[in-house]
Ligand binder design. Structure first.
Ligand code: ATP
Ligand code: MG
Length: 432
């Protein structure tokens, strides 16, 4: 494959295997500035792996990457970001416990002195959402876990477009978008193309590709089968490239008659749905479709990254946050705090021994659980934990003063934990 004057990116002979699976077996790919280049292939063809190599998530076994004709060494997500590569991954990569604005600027939060400039971040996010005409995102301060999957997809798109991209990659971006949202995304992509951005567009929807892309490259079993101008190839030929043989219809349809009624639901109603009715027949696949469209940690960049890591580790990794550094810092801070606790304990007891903290574990767990942090994970707050610690502290002292035997004290604390878990389960069930 020869590079032309406008070649922005070139991948040559890229190989990547996972154990015995050859995901990429010598793939060549070329992207020009100001083009939308579709990447097409059946499930497992290697499309996502190829863009993960480009995005610094996977290191290739061999092969070369050239940016503007010069070798590019992309060894991490930060390397890729620095080179202007932005990727919207197939699997949603958002931190569910952070807000829309916090997710958009994750890893690049605006700060004033050492503290997060939340006001600016929210204002910038509102401006960006307006500029991209993502009208479905109504509130940039909404927590992402409360948004529908389609709206989360839009947040991903806003994040990828929030900083200058030279190469934008979208892996199946329209899988959960409505028609109107898809059209608005296409308009944005055409605008970016006109500005000279190189766009790699992955989709299974052939009509979308034929309508949007300038060129298409087909991957099959980890090999690049060919590249063609979209006007010079039709849908049937593309399918032949994808599956390796000529088939009249990509998905053959066989005549089928469903049987009797297996399940009938009438007027189902709860807090979220109103009057839903449907019947399911034997031998029938029924699908449901919905139309979309009809403290300190809280104030610092470090805290933000820590929340993101706790909410969705993989998402945090995709944004280039240094996970290992954060993890080590947290361990160091915990160890220092444990050291301080040890000094306070030694000052109170006039003696110090390595095992003097033993027996406090149940108190610590009870304080955190009473403070609102679920056993099964979830969002806890520092204030909640403090209140939990005060409650357990008072209970502990009260039981000691009353001369209650240690074994009974453990049972009481165990019951307090069970009560907190019960309240948490009830609360979750109500929200469901
Ligand atoms: N992290 C991984 N570990 C092991 N195998 C993997 C991993 N990632 C991908 N694979 C395998 O590599 C091959 C290519 O996968 P990839 O996800 O790149 O395909 P794809 O073309 O994106 O498919 P789809 O259209 O389903 O998204 C598949 O056989 C897949 O099972
Ligand atoms: Mg994929």
């Amino acid at each position: 494959m020869t590079a032309t004057a406008s070649t922005l990116l070139q991948l040559r002979g890229v190989r990547k295997h996972f154990g015995g699976v050859k995901a990429l077996d010598g793939v060549d790919f070329e992207l020009r500035a100001g083009e939308i280049h579709a990447l097409l292939g059946e499930n497992g063809a290697g499309k996502s792996t190829l863009i993960k190599v480009l995005g610094g998530i996977h290191l290739p076994d061999s092969g070369e990457i050239f940016l503007d004709g010069s070798p590019a060494h992309i060894r991490s997500v930060s390397d890729a970001n620095r080179m202007g590569v932005r990727i919207i991954h197939q699997e949603l990569a958002l931190a569910p416990n952070l807000t829309v604005a916090e997710n958009i600027y994750l890893g690049r939060e605006p700060c004033r002195f050492a503290l997060l400039d939340r006001g600016r971040m929210n204002r910038d996010a509102v401006g960006l959402v307006r500029e991209l005409r993502l009208s479905e995102i109504h509130d940039v301060t909404a927590v992402v876990s409360r948004l529908s999957v389609a709206r989360q997809q839009l947040v991903e798109i806003a994040r990828a477009l929030s900083s200058q991209a030279r190469i934008l990659v979208l892996d199946e971006p329209t899988s959960s978008l409505s028609e109107a949202e898809t059209e608005s995304l296409f308009a944005t992509l055409r605008r970016l193309r006109a500005q000279g951005v190189g766009i790699i567009y992955i989709s299974h929807r052939l009509e979308e590709i034929l309508r949007l892309a300038d060129r298409v490259t087909v991957l099959r079993d980890g090999h690049s089968i060919g590249t063609q101008r979209v006007g010079a190839i039709n849908q049937r030929e593309l399918v032949r490239w994808m599956v390796g043989r000529d088939i009249a219809q990509h998905y053959a349809r066989a005549a089928h008659r469903p049987g009797g009624v297996a399940l009938e639901v009438c007027g189902l109603r709860n807090g979220r749905v109103q009057g839903v009715s449907f019947t399911l027949r034997y031998g029938e696949i029924l699908s449901f479709a919905g139309l979309v469209g009809a403290g300190l940690l809280h104030r610092t960049r470090f805290g933000q990254h820590l929340y993101a890591m706790g909410g969705n580790r993989e998402a945090a990794r995709f944004t280039g946050i240094p996970l290992a550094r954060i993890e080590i810092t947290v361990y160091v801070i915990c160890s220092l705090l444990a050291g301080v606790a040890g000094m306070i304990s030694a000052a109170q007891l006039y003696s110090a021994e390595p095992a003097s903290g033993e027996g406090f574990e149940l108190n610590a767990i009870a304080a955190v659980v009473v403070g609102g942090t679920s056993f099964t994970g979830g969002v806890g707050t520092m204030y909640g934990t403090l209140i939990g610690a005060v409650i357990i502290g008072i209970l502990d002292k009260g039981l000691n003063q009353a001369g209650v035997h240690f074994s009974i004290q453990y049972i009481v604390k165990g019951l307090v934990i069970l009560a907190a878990v019960y309240v948490d389960v009830q609360r979750r069930n109500r929200h469901r």
